[in-house]
Design a protein around this ligand. Structure first.
Ligand code: PEP
Ligand code: MG
Length: 313
């Protein structure tokens, strides 16, 4: 019986009332594709391209990048694949993008900021992605990390469209962009919330520092409020709002995130089964009610407890 259960096809992510919530994988290399698919990933919600080039001294060529992206897109033929352009800096320095010593690298020239300071590297990456896309039948979306302004949103999405990429969005990792999500989504085709950095910047707590780890908790109602604002803006514009930070891998928080307006969830493939099971226990009304209970709490532990109580009632 166990063998039969393992062999059964994994059902797509959905709430108890049938509302689809596509469950996607976070990947750092095309090598993880097979396992993600076996675990039921319906596509890729975050492909972290910087992991391909962490040891490169020089910027990768268009050809070298195209080869990697082609492998990734081939593995996910017919499925959605969201590729993030290089998120260099802070916890993920790349020698060819981050040369200056910074006192506060998390607040420095990282993500899209570093790419704008080295625009040819961004253009090469988008060109490599567009070429790989042209030869594949995956549904490629591209997004930029560490976006803080509407102007940066316009810069990135216009450049991506100009270089031949159909769907260009931004990550919501900086509170400023969550607060202006309504205006950001005038320009971006979608938003994807990176709860790791969004929590770090909302709580002013370094995600790498153990001594402030209790503040680095995505259950904090301040973080949830920002997510709700993005969900609301997504609904207004009829544009997708994904979650690709670690928060999506917490089975109960995943329900809360859907209640706040997330339309897809992306996570480490190992978390997919538990999240799929959890979503299947609640309707969209339940999810909204559980989310509201968490939003109304004063701090992260209280939000978790309130959500648990609401989920049980
Ligand atoms: C995030 O910040 O939540 C995110 C998904 O990006 P990373 O963890 O790679 O910074
Ligand atoms: Mg991030």
């Amino acid at each position: 019986e166990r063998a039969a259960a393992v062999a059964a096809p994994v059902t797509p992510g959905a709430l108890a009332d049938g509302t689809p919530v596509p469950l996607l994988a976070n990947l750092g290399s095309p090598k993880g594709a097979g396992e993600a698919l076996e675990l039921g990933a319906e596509g890729v919600g975050l492909f972290r391209t910087e992991f391909l080039f962490l040891s490169s001294k020089e910027a990768p060529t268009v050809e070298a990048q195209q080869a990697e992206y082609t492998k990734l897109l081939a593995a996910f033929a017919g499925k959605k694949v969201v590729v993030r352009v290089l998120d260099a800096g802070a916890d993920k320095p790349l020698p060819f993008l981050n040369d200056a010593e910074e006192e506060n690298p998390a607040l420095g020239l990282r993500g899209l900021r570093a790419l704008r300071a080295n625009e040819q590297i961004l253009r090469d990456q988008l060109t490599a992605l567009a070429r790989a896309d042209a030869d594949s039948d995956a549904d490629l979306w591209v997004m930029a990390p560490m976006v803080a302004t509407v102007e940066e949103t316009i810069f990135f999405t216009e450049l991506a469209h100009e270089l031949g990429l159909k769907t260009a969005g931004v990550m919501v990792e900086v509170p400023a962009v969550a607060l202006l999500a309504e205006r950001v989504l005038n320009h971006a085709d979608f938003a994807s919330i990176g709860t790791n950095d969004l929590t770090q910047y909302t709580m002013a707590a370094d995600r790498l520092l153990g001594s402030v780890a209790t503040l680095q908790d995505p259950w904090h109602p301040a973080v949830l409020k920002l997510i709700a604002a993005v969900g609301e803006a997504g609904r207004t514009h009829g544009k997708p709002v994904g979650i690709c930070g670690e928060a999506a891998a917490d089975p109960l928080l995943a329900v809360v995130l859907v209640g706040l307006g997330a339309t897809t969830l992306s996570m480490a493939p190992a978390a997919l089964a538990d999240v799929r099971f959890s979503l299947g226990r609640y309707t969209i009304e339940d999810a909204r009610r559980i989310a509201q209970a968490a939003l109304d709490a004063d701090d992260a532990p209280a939000a978790r407890a309130a959500a648990q109580a609401a989920a049980a009632s």
